[in-house]
Every structure is written in structure tokens, then in C-alpha cells.
Design a protein. Sequence first.
Length: 429
Amino acid sequence: MNYQQTLDFLYSKLPMFTRVGASAFKKDLTNTIILCEALDNPQDKFKSIHVAGTNGKGSTSHMLASVLQAKGYKTGLYTSPHLKDFRERIRINGKMISKTEVVSFVKEQQKLIEKTEPSFFEVTVALAFDHFAKHEVDVAVIEVGLGGRLDSTNIITPQISVITNISLDHMNMLGNTLTEIAGEKAGIIKKNIPVVIGETQAESAPVFISKAKAVGATIVFADAELRAQDFKIRNNKLSLSVYQNSEIKYKNLRSDLTGVYQHKNILTVLETLTILNEKTEIKIDQEAIYKGISQVKKQTGLQGRWQTLSKNPLVICDTGHNEAGIAEVIKNITQTPYQNLHIVFGMVKDKDISKVLSLMPKNATYYFCKPDLERGLAADELKEQAATFNLNGNSYASVAEAKERAIQSADPKDLVFIGGSTFVVAEAI
């Protein structure tokens, strides 16, 4: 098989969450354990950092990897989903896994894959762990795919566990309340391994504290330790200062991730680095922190986080796709100067569509579209549901057509926002 045939095999033969949704989510770790045992348990051959959460786990993972790289550590990074290229999921020092290595892994493991019948995600996790072990990374940042307790990544024993926050998403798999969802995310908290929680939330905090206590893990809440102030956006960089009590810890910290929500992720990253310094062999200095946080996109290839695609008119995309993520996106929109607002918008069927639509700005012209996957919600259906919330516009046959029409309709001082689903952003980019 060549590279394209290998991808076709992975995409078409294996249950894939982005394509079919909940039926691709395996309810135990058996397949991942079988695959990794056949590979001589690569996950035990490198240090790791495990990152879970409903929103922000991707940005947090990329920031941590960028800082570790800046310090000189050979750093693996496993994230999902990808936006443009499957190989975005598996990187070392920002460089994607080669096509040759993807092909040879699948070729070598094809019989086992066909016998075990794992999901697409399970195979990808095994590939990532094998890649990091073979290339002898110093440390790998591993982002949870879904939930935590039953996620394929949860066979690692990390140096530290990180949970960014909890909000309602994937309720059909993780539970209908924040407490239930927190229980699934808390599944990555392990015996005697420190855990950092990004945001203190009334419903989830007791769940995390209880689990940490049960397994003897020290727990710290980043937003109880640190606070961010003095926000500015200049020259496409977010600038802020970070305080601990009344003492300034990081003055004029700059980030190339300019979404106003990123300050929460930055605090989570800083507290995680503090605990790593205190409790593990991984040591990070201020120089690496300043450099790493200022160059996340350059060092790791992160895309789709309040990303400017073009100017005149200003075209921005963001992968926020659930109630809490969209709420943060709307804060960004309100803080962006524009004359008229155009929104290219598409969603997948298994999201809480009404909750999201209820938050969307009514003073915008909408360009409804369907992301190109089976789970995509038909543009006409989305348009119909949106109309009940006084969100008005037309439906289009594709994301590309909706984007093109929005840009054509916009004046130079207008804002075109593209989002609603990670997959809409992937096509727009």
C-alpha cells in the first residue's frame, strides 16, 4: 500500500469517530493494550504529560510542547483531530511523522489490526506511542481524545496529569451532567501522580478532589494559584502579566495565540510547569517559558485557534464547537472591531445545537453549510433551526462556497467569522 491507500485503509476499514460518531468509541482499553503489547509497550519508554478537558486541551498541549521544545527537550506531541493532514496528530519537535513511517507501521501491523478490529483512534494512538519510543523522545505531551477514563491514551503513566475544564459535550458517551463528565475526565488521575486542574468549577471540583485523595495524588487548581491581568493584543500577539497573590511572576508574557480565552490555558500551563519543576526530573526555566508561549504556532504547527486567515475583510476561524467553546468565541467577536458581521457556520448532528444557536449573535448575516462528513448536519436543516433563534442567512452546498460568498459579500472593514465545528474550520483552512 502507498500512503494514500494506507490512509484509505485506516479511514474506511476502521470505526472512526469523526465519521460515524459514538459507535467508534470503544468502551474499554483492551484493543489499545493488545496493540501496544505487540509493540513491546512503547508507552513505557518515554516520559509523558497527559492532558484532558472539554475545551482548551489542544491549545494547552501545544503550549506545553512548545515550552519543552524551547528548553531543548526532544518533545513528542499527540493531538486529535487533525485539520488538514492526518500526520498533524503525531509530531516530534513540531515535525509531523513521515508518510513512510505511517505506511510501514500499518503494513507491519495489518494482520493484527484486522484480527483485533480496533477503532481508527486506537490504531493512531498505538502508532504515536511507537513513533515516540523509536525516536527516543525525552517527553511526550499526550492529549486525551474523548473523556479520559476509557480513552485509548489512558494506558500511560505520566509525570503529571492535566485537566483544563469541564463543560457539556459528548453527553451521549460521557454523561448528562457536569459531575458525570468530570468523573470520566478524572479517570486520568493516577496513583501518586500530581494533577493540575485548570479551572475551579463548583460541579467538578469535588469529583477531582475526591479521586485525587483516593489515589494519593497531589492536586492543585491553576486559577486558585495564579491570575492573569493587563491583557493587550498588539502586533497579532496577546500580552498579559501573571500574578501569584500580589507578587508578579511573569511580566508581559506574550503569546501568538490571541484568543481572549487563552489566558485560562496559559495559567494551566504555567502551573503545570511549576509542578513539573518541583516534583519531577523535567526542569523548565523562565527563558523557555517566555520563548515557548510566544511561538506556539511556529514551534508546533497549531492552527484553528482564533486564527486570522486573511485581511480586508478580516477573516477569522476558531474550532470552538460546544456551548462553552462558542461562548468564548463570541467574547472574541465582541472585542474585535468590525462594521458588519458575516458568519460561515456549520455543525455536526450530535452536538447540542439549540444551546449553541441560542448564544450566536443576531446582528450577523449567516452562511450555513455542512461539513463534508457523515455526521455533518444538513445546511438547510441548520438554517431552519437557526431561524427559530432569529439567525438569518442562506444555505450553501459546501463550506468552500459559503466562505467564498461571505468574503464576496463583505466590505473591507467587515468581519467574516468561520466556525461551529472543527470540521468546518478544517475545510476553510
